[in-house]
Design a protein around this ligand. Structure first.
Ligand code: FAD
Ligand code: DHB
Length: 384
């Protein structure tokens, strides 16, 4: 297997294939430090956690990950708890930073002695429609070619694999973004808080007993320099505080950044012997916490299909890979769209839209059926 990209999708795929005795080469254009320090997702679905544990890379996740059985929805000054475990027969999410997932997977990869190239230049893919696929790249100024049976395009939204194959795409860029921070502050609540305020969305999350992760809705073209720390804390406190006096603890901000929001799907996720997985094929707005989890379910499908091919020559699962993965992708798009539109203020919105959002939140926090739907989607629909 030739794998382009050492994000969660590429690394997990390589690991699952290694366990089945299938050899791979991973080609990544950034440095090891860059990929392990990139601050992104934090919420792992039950199925992603189970996959990591069953495949032997869940040791630190089990020790350091924070299992959450509920989440809060906060609106009009009141926090409402959704007891996800009680509503789903015991399913939960685990808060564990994506950079920790990537670090654990890199350690596991290096321990196998199988190849992983960082800082590869001019990566390109060839021959996947002719039966002789190859990845070409430069490394330390030397040209390299990986000849392989299949290529996995795990190179994220801005990678090169998707553009190399025919596909149809669906895309929308949202008219708002998230400003995210990490702060040295003990989390003041032991579960996540999603908040709709008349000044916009805010989210309380965490990374460890000493680190709080927080997000607030801002304009997509906002300049981070116009957000000094005091302004960020003031806005977060206004949007998150509840009438019982709860608010986030404050501390030194040691990381901040603005991320635009989009939704995107490429169909199909395969062309000949090239398979896309993860953000290379689809992006969801982050409100549903689904991106990393979709990457994990794609590569699980792909690893199963490749294993069946190598063990028995059967191509059926490879043929079904795109449709099977896209079915889950579209459900995650639906859920992420719903969470996003319920919790963000749209610049084109009006008072009617805001009242409708409040009615939606009122419904979701009072109807058992609606709570079950939220809980089963948030903790992750079963992988089939
Ligand atoms: P990536 O992580 O993008 O990895 C792709 C890799 O390919 C990168 O290392 C890149 O350097 C490399 N690459 C790119 N181009 C090339 C090339 N030409 N040649 C070689 N290598 C290349 N998801 C969740 O599930 N839960 C959350 O709570 C969550 N929160 C998020 C919060 C934020 C602020 C953001 C931005 C995202 C969040 N996500 C979340 C989404 C999640 O981070 C992504 O879906 C996830 O990173 C996808 O993994 P991937 O391996 O497919 O892609
Ligand atoms: C986090 C990110 C998300 O996108 C989300 O919906 C919840 C939590 C986080 O980074 O902790």
């Amino acid at each position: 297997m030739g794998i382009v990209g050492a994000g969660p999708a590429g690394l997990l795929l390589a690991h699952l294939l290694h366990l089945e005795g299938i050899d791979s080469v991973i080609v990544e254009n950034r440095s090891r430090q860059y990929v392990t320090e990139r601050v992104r997702a934090g919420v792992l679905e039950q199925g992603t956690v189970d996959l990591m544990i069953q495949s032997g890379v869940g040791g630190r996740l089990l020790k350091e990950g924070m299992r959450h059985e509920g989440i809060y929805l906060n609106f009009q000054g009141t926090r409402h708890r959704i007891d996800m475990a009680a509503l789903t027969g015991g399913r939960a999410i685990t808060v564990y930073g994506q950079n920790e997932v990537v670090s654990d997977l890199i350690e596991a990869r290096l321990a196998t002695g199988r190849p992983l190239f960082f800082e590869a230049d001019s990566v390109s893919v060839h021959g996947f429609d002719t039966g002789a696929p190859a990845i070409r790249f430069q490394h330390n100024q030397e040209p390299h070619e990986v000849r392989c049976d299949f290529i996995a395009g795990c190179d994220g939204f801005h990678g090169i694999c998707r553009g190399a194959m025919p596909h149809r795409s669906y895309e929308r860029i949202y008219p708002y973004a998230w400003l995210g921070i990490l702060a040295h502050a003990a989390p003041s609540c032991d579960e996540l808080v999603y908040s709709l305020h008349e000044r916009g969305f805010a989210l309380f999350s965490m990374r460890s007993p000493g680190v709080t992760r927080l997000y607030l809705q801002c304009a997509p073209d906002e300049d981070i320099d116009s957000w000094p720390d005091e302004r960020i804390w003031k806005e977060l406190c206004v949007r998150l505080s509840t009438s019982d006096g709860w608010k986030p603890n404050q501390g030194e901000i040691f990381q901040k950044g603005i991320t635009g929001m989009r939704r995107f799907v490429a169909e199909p996720m395969r062309s000949g012997r090239l398979f896309l997985a993860g953000d290379a094929a689809h992006i969801v707005p982050p409100t549903g916490a689904k991106g990393l989890n979709l990457a994990a379910s794609d590569v699980r499908n792909l690893a199963l299909a490749l294993t069946a091919f190598y063990k028995s020559g059967r191509e059926q699962l490879l043929d079904e890979y795109s449709d099977k993965s896209l079915r889950r992708v579209w459900k995650a798009q639906r859920f992420s769209w719903w969470m996003t539109s319920m919790l963000h203020l749209s610049p084109e919105g009006n008072e009617f839209d805001h009242r409708r959002q409040l009615a939606e939140l009122d419904y979701v926090t009072s109807s058992r059926a609606a709570m079950v739907s939220l809980a089963e989607n948030y903790t992750g629909l079963p992988m089939d």
